[in-house]
Design a protein. Structure first.
Length: 145
């Protein structure tokens, strides 16, 4: 009887270990469609282009990779920003590496804090690309599953 209980306890322990290992390795992928930021008529000629970004969250590690094209001036910076809600602009949080051109790539790898993870999961994060002619934002897109 005692041996059967020990085997059962060992089996449950192993199932817990294996299940925990799978839970820790599950990745979450976010897709981002980069489009022109909201603009007025005066900025219409300067704010153009499109792009796509994939963000992969593995545990607390976020990996960003994307492309963009069609800008009317060179890209200057790319960043992850946080709004108070999806669709609401906010301050810069993280800098991304970006090609300084009319088209190119952007990327970054970050270890996120618990507060950052929560904001990401709540849909508050977006990618923004600034350009020479649109220093307050040329393209942007929200990180959504």
């Amino acid at each position: 009887m005692m041996a059967a209980m020990m085997r059962s306890a060992c089996a449950m322990f192993l199932v817990g270990l294996v299940g925990g290992a799978f839970a820790q390795t599950a990745n979450t992928t976010y897709k981002v469609r980069l489009a022109p930021v909201a603009m007025d008529l005066a900025m219409r000629e300067n704010i153009q282009g499109a792009g796509a970004v994939t963000a992969t969250l593995a545990g607390s590690k976020l990996t960003i990779a994307g492309t963009f094209a069609g800008l009317t001036s060179n890209a200057t910076v790319a960043s992850i920003r946080q709004g108070s809600a999806t669709g609401v602009r906010g301050p810069k949080l993280l800098d991304l590496s970006i090609t300084k051109g009319f088209s190119g790539n952007l990327n970054g790898v970050f270890e996120l804090t618990p507060d950052q993870l929560q904001a990401l999961r709540q849909g508050k994060w977006y990618v923004q690309i600034d350009s020479e002619k649109a220093p307050e934002g040329n393209l942007w897109g929200w990180l959504v599953k």
